[in-house]
Design a protein around this ligand. Structure first.
Ligand code: SF4
Length: 489
């Protein structure tokens, strides 16, 4: 039985009874003098910069209007702080009309509660983080796994309904907390079974086993040979680019052949793929080129005495230029390490220079389920069709999303393109994320939208809104898809 001074929050399935002056379990709603209020300010975006200008930071903490008149086409209502639609048959909290260059546009905003959600984390590093499919743990709990690595990056898949709901209570809570922190741009320590410990933070360099990763490799070993072959030609007899995936050998590689570089009698361990390209030269690790070796000579066998000669010059370098060593063969055809000649130093610097800064990228991925869509239209499948037909634009806190082909509205969004602290949680456990649907008024009516709840933008703006400038990388969410953003040349 609820006490007299409590009210019940029905914004999520937890259904908290909140006492006067207290907040609910998620700290998003409170009881203020008997009224249920959403605590975080509702965020609206302002098109403060024209296309091509510098990124303007979000106006953190700014909750007051600056006195300028509100021009509705210059203001976009995000779902951040808008509130949720639970138990789902209710229309979305805000259904807003805007006049955009004479066209009547409608934006439907709601904070979705996502039990089916996760993040894909791309970590720019060659260093081996752990075997694919191995568990990733946070605070000792399994929160995801290592998935297929990409070109120069290791990939993690974290969250998902199985970790949120299918394990123990603590696993669900820690998974939710991990996702929330990553999505809100906080650093999280992840430990990979049989692998490394990684500190991941969206938009920042990863820290692998305590070491800051600075460079993303220029390419695989084979690609590096191709890119720099001409710069090595004539300055050295042989180059080996050590890479855990594809180690390249200049004299055998097609690039070396075309330049007329003669055979050197080198013998590389590992599985030969095509000429000058070797797989599995060592075990994966966090040393040279993502292998476990700290002495690159370990990947070489005996030189062929019929071809090799004393004095032959050999450069070994990793795909980031972080590791390198120069050798000359002695009379018994053993490589002897020497100082790197000045003529080669530049090429090694060039490999490093061509590496991009290593970053952690976090993409939030979720499905806008049937219930969330019901807040937009009485006939949810029509919203899906409208998104497919590109009549409805989906954004997350004003940031563009990628919608997966196939059924449903399964989308991904780069969290660094969203306003800060755009995500919340409820203890079911699930993540709360903003989602907006923008379409023409006539299309909204045609898909059975809740047109009777449409209200003009001006009617919901007040001093409690938090105004944020649009991230300049993002297209203006209200711009017609066929037109370039305002100010674009
Ligand atoms: S957890 Fe938050 S949203 Fe859910 S009922 Fe409680 S206060 Fe409301």
């Amino acid at each position: 039985m609820a006490e007299a001074d409590t009210i019940r929050c029905d914004a999520c399935p937890v259904l908290c009874h909140i006492k006067e002056g207290r907040t609910g379990a998620c700290d998003r709603y409170a009881n203020h003098a008997g009224q249920l209020v959403r605590l975080d300010p509702h965020v609206v975006l302002k098109r403060a910069v024209s296309h091509g200008e510098r990124v303007v930071p979000f106006l953190e903490g700014s909750r007051e209007w600056d006195g300028t008149l509100v021009h509705t086409p210059e203001t976009f209502v995000t779902a951040i702080g808008a509130g949720t639609t639970y138990p789902d048959y209710k229309p979305a909290p805000f259904i807003i009309s805007s006049d955009v260059d004479g066209a009547d546009m409608v934006t439907v905003v709601t904070e979705g509660i996502f039990s089916y959600c996760g993040v894909k984390v791309k970590i720019d590093t060659d260093r081996f983080l752990g075997p694919e499919r191995n568990l990733v743990r946070a605070q000792g709990e399994p929160v995801g796994h290592v998935t297929t690595s990409e070109y120069g990056s290791q990939m993690l898949s974290l969250g998902g309904v199985h970790h949120l709901t299918g394990g123990g209570k603590r696993e669900g809570r820690v998974t939710c907390e991990t996702l929330l922190d990553l999505c809100n741009g906080k650093a999280v320590e992840l430990v990979i079974e049989g692998g490394a410990s990684v500190v991941a933070q969206a938009g920042k360099a990863p820290i692998v086993n305590g070491a800051l990763e600075e460079r993303m490799r220029v390419g695989c070993g084979s690609a590096t040979i191709g890119m720099f072959a001409k710069q090595w030609f004539g300055k050295v007899d042989e180059v080996v680019v050590v890479d855990d995936h594809i180690t390249g050998v200049l004299s055998e590689h097609q690039a070396g052949k075309l330049l007329g570089i003669p055979a050197t009698g080198i013998k590389v361990k590992g599985r030969r793929s095509t000429p000058g390209r070797y797989f599995q030269v060592a075990d994966p690790g966090t040393a040279w080129g993502g292998t476990n070796i700290t002495d690159p000579l370990l990947i070489l066998g005996a030189w062929n005495p019929k071809i090799a000669r004393a004095g032959l010059r050999l450069l070994m370098v990793s795909t980031t230029g972080e590791h390198y060593a120069y050798y000359e063969l002695d009379e018994s055809l053993h490589p002897v390490e020497k100082d790197l000649p000045a003529s080669l130093a530049k090429s090694v610097e060039r490999v490093a220079e061509n590496c991009e800064p290593a970053l952690v990228s976090v993409l939030f991925m979720a499905g806008a389920g049937g219930s969330l869509r019901a807040g937009v239209t009485e006939n949810p499948v029509r919203l899906t069709r409208s998104v497919r037909a590109a009549l409805t634009r989906v954004t997350c806190g004003g940031a563009p999303v990628y919608v997966w082909p196939g059924g449903g509205i399964t989308f991904m969004v780069d969290v660094t393109r969203m306003p800060e602290n755009a995500f919340g949680y409820v203890p079911t456990p699930a993540l709360v994320a903003p989602i907006e649907f923008t379409l023409k008024g006539s299309d909204y009516a045609a898909l059975g939208g809740h047109v009777e709840f449409i209200r003009p933008l001006d009617s919901i703006l007040n001093d409690d809104n938090r105004r944020a400038a649009l991230n300049a990388e993002n297209p203006w969410p209200l711009a017609p898809a066929s037109l370039p953003p305002k100010g674009a040349k």
